[in-house]
Write a protein that binds this ligand. Structure first.
Ligand code: BG6
Length: 484
């Protein structure tokens, strides 16, 4: 990061939930760890509510530190808060954005930015309906056209549209204003440690190279569960549902990294090219390979219609029609109000041919990558039960990050991704054609759900979801192992 330039980070939607819970805390942690240079950086909040700088600082303060580390971080916290300025205004008026531009420019001048170059990072912590007007205002009022060597980057959050058509429309609107290299579509799962580890694991280990295909792998499961419901977000959630909220983006991105071919290099474009190919090879989802659920009590939320069919749980099987994966089911499963909070990838291997130990009923080889909580990777394998008898037992080779990397604290996904945006690295962001291909996979199913052609089955909060989902897994060839 160059020393003589200014960096302005502008959080639009500064008083909203995402900004308070994710964006500002990530910025503070980066600052605390020295990744944001206090001589360069300034942070601006923009939203409709009228507030003073101090009122915004007071609003977000409690999200930045917890009681445990408050005193240790007190000094950096107060310095960080002093960097934050607030501008209020509507999302579609020149007046507000001109005032914002003025505030940013004053900061840039105060930093005596050499050669007039300025770096402006606009983080849209906003609903997608306002992306187009906001991007237009940024372009018209807040970009310095004569600036050489500076940049303007736009970070947008999901949901990027509701289906293929609306997503494409949104992409064209934003794409008409900013170049693809300026648009950073965040999927925060791509910032998680073990998701980022996926390419290393697959392509830097001889173990896996020859095994990672249809000859050896029986099925792949990518699972997300949360042990709480849609509390306080019923209105948003009912419009989107679990497929748009989790599967079409987070789990599908993970699937890409599990299934893609080796990129020719680590350049962001090479990696994203391979991800697109995977998405384009997915064949249309069949209704008989889908189980939807809705937890009992979901409709008690006053913002949710009484007859809502919106799924809060879904299991869908995706099939990739290429040489490596034909015939291997990729099971994507996500649910709210489940018995536990967990996200993992489970690669289940085929049975050993000619099993002389007759041990396969005990379970297959399985490689599990636990994304959260407690990051870990473990391999389930069959060993001899220690002792005089020749008995076999399923055991584990276990790499638990807490034990192995005791002194390393694992960064929050948002911290990493914001830092990538400042560096201009788009590897962990979703490209426009990726987004399109992702919507192509799910749009027909989503439309059938909306027409009521695929129904959500009720399930008890705290359960594993509808039993039909386990039956579907079994039909797809997943062999249930003990305790899972
Ligand atoms: C968000 C979804 O994208 O991801 C939420 O909108 C969900 O519904 C969240 O709770 C889960 O993120 P994480 O990082 O806690 O697994």
């Amino acid at each position: 990061v160059s020393e003589s330039r200014s960096l302005s980070i502008i959080v639009l939607g500064a008083t909203g939930d995402l900004a308070k819970k994710k964006t500002f805390p990530a910025l503070f942690n980066l600052y605390h760890q020295g990744f944001l240079n206090p001589d360069e950086v300034h942070i601006f909040g923009y939203a409709r509510t009228k507030l003073s700088d101090q009122e915004l600082r007071d609003k977000i303060r409690r999200y930045l530190v917890d009681e445990k580390n408050a005193s240790e971080k007190a000094e950096t916290l107060s310095k960080f808060l002093q960097l934050i300025k607030y501008v209020s205004g509507p999302y579609d008026s020149e007046d507000g954005f001109k005032r914002l531009d003025k505030a940013i420019s004053e900061h840039e001048i105060s930093k005596k930015s050499s050669q007039g170059s300025s770096r402006r990072l606009f983080y849209l912590a906003l609903p997608p309906s306002v992306y187009p007007p906001v991007c237009k205002m940024i372009k018209e009022c807040c970009t310095n056209k004569s600036d050489v060597g500076g940049w303007t980057r736009i970070v947008v959050e999901k949901p990027f549209g509701k289906d293929l058509e609306s997503a494409e429309q949104l992409s064209s609107q934003i794409g008409g204003l900013f170049d693809e290299t300026q648009i950073y579509r965040i999927d925060h799962y791509l910032g998680k440690e073990l998701v980022q580890n996926m390419l290393v694991l697959r392509f830097a280990n001889r173990f896996f190279l020859p095994l990672w295909n249809r000859d050896n792998i029986a099925n792949v499961q990518i699972v997300f569960r949360e042990d709480f419901g849609t509390e306080g977000r019923g209105g948003y959630f009912d419009e989107y549902g679990i497929i748009r909220d989790i599967i079409q983006n987070h789990l599908l991105q993970v699937l890409c990294l599990v299934a893609m071919e080796k990129p020719i290099s680590l350049k962001p474009e090479h990696i994203r090219d391979e991800k697109v190919k995977v998405l384009q090879s997915v064949i249309p989802i069949k209704d008989k390979e889908v189980v939807l659920g809705q937890y009992e009590g979901y409709r008690d939320d006053p913002t949710v219609p009484n007859d809502s069919n919106t799924p809060t749980f879904a299991t869908t099987i995706l099939r990739i029609d290429n040489e490596r994966w034909e015939g291997v089911p990729f099971i994507l499963k996500a649910g709210k109000a489940m018995g536990s909070k967990k996200a993992d990838i489970r690669i289940q291997f085929k049975d050993v041919p000619g099993d002389i130990f007759k041990c396969q009923k005990q379970g297959r080889n399985e490689f599990v990558i636990r994304l959260q909580p407690s990051e870990a990777m473990y391999m389930k394998l069959t060993v001899k039960q220690p002792g005089l008898e020749m008995q076999t037992v399923q055991s584990e080779l276990d790499l638990s990050y807490k034990q192995r990397y005791q002194d390393v604290s694992i960064p929050e996904a948002y911290e990493r991704l914001i830092l990538d945006t400042i560096k201009g690295d788009q590897q962990h962001f979703v490209r426009r054609d990726e987004l399109k291909a992702a919507w192509e996979i799910f749009t027909p199913l989503l439309h059938r759900i909306e027409k009521g052609e695929v129904k959500s089955i009720p399930y008890k909060p705290g359960s594993r979801g509808p039993t039909e989902a386990d039956q579907l897994l079994e039909k797809a060839g997943y062999l249930q192992t003990h305790g899972y």
